[in-house]
Design a protein around this ligand. Sequence first.
Ligand code: IPM
Ligand code: MG
Length: 352
Amino acid sequence: MGYKICRIPGDDAGHDVMKAAMIVMDALNLDIEWIDADAGWCMWEAKGNTVPPETWKALESTDACFFGAITSKPGVKGFKSAILQIRQRLDLYANMRPSKSIPSVPMNYRDDLDMVVFRENTEGLYSAVEARPMPKELIGILPNLERFADEDDVAISCRVFSRKGCERIIRSAFEFTDREGRKKITGVHKANVIRQTDGMFLEIFRKVAKEYPNIETNEENVDATAMWLIKNPQSYDVLVTTNMFGDIISDEASQLVGGLGFGASANLGKNYGVFEPNHGSAPKYAGMFKLNPTAQILAGRLMLQWLGENEAADKIWNAVEKLYADPKTPKTYDCKGTANSMEVAEAIAKLL
Ligand code: IPM
Ligand code: MG
């Protein structure tokens, strides 16, 4: 059966890694029709809109999206991150970010890591409920804001959680753990301080956990997780957490297996998925083909898995493992090599 995939390279070196990853995707000879579209800073400059209407159309008329990397610049009035808009409007509430060691990758902390972060993807601090100046009425409604009454410049960013939002990400993590025969889930929160939002998240985590007596559960404050990920990373299996905590600990988890050149993610909703590397668009390397394309290639693998093309997905993983196992194959600078993104992708394609 053929697929229609929306392809969005994004900005800067997003184009480089996308071009490289396409060598691998094309070598798999799958029946895919690619629909090209643009999003990101490039569209902000060209059209004043990071996700223009024709891009929404491309997203809405395809089975999935293969996404490169974008630039999100702070301090630009009216600017909205393309990927955040896409996650919210398409309701891609689960961001799944696996970190599995590939033996012989330099900077690997250990060879036996295999963890998956489930990050809530539509709520929390990234839902753009913000104001500057903070509306004065809030001072009266929320008594703990009284001390700001005399301030002339107060900014506020709200962390909004819904029961439904918490429940669906927690359920996705448990369903995945159960389906994959994994053993343990760690719920990551800060409910001892952020008592309302994280308190609700933790309460729902405990409730859903009761339905899965065979899965070992563990609760941790996020600061402790940040430390334990370095001290004892092999003790983690699946982690489930809220939007910003997931953003942070998934970068940490990527570094444990070799850096952002190895971190890929699936943004999943009910019927659609957007697959991307966790890294940004590295503007200073734009067009230089310097970045490690492995994260983008592994994003392709996650997409194929989600489409049910497991054989092709496994071929990618095996080829990537083979590439890194062999000291003579080309590697990018992050792996102490001198090859460019295209050479690494070509070598992976040969090993498929
Ligand atoms: C990520 C990125 C994005 C995020 C940025 C680009 C908006 O850091 O996917 O982890 O914060 O979610
Ligand atoms: Mg991030």
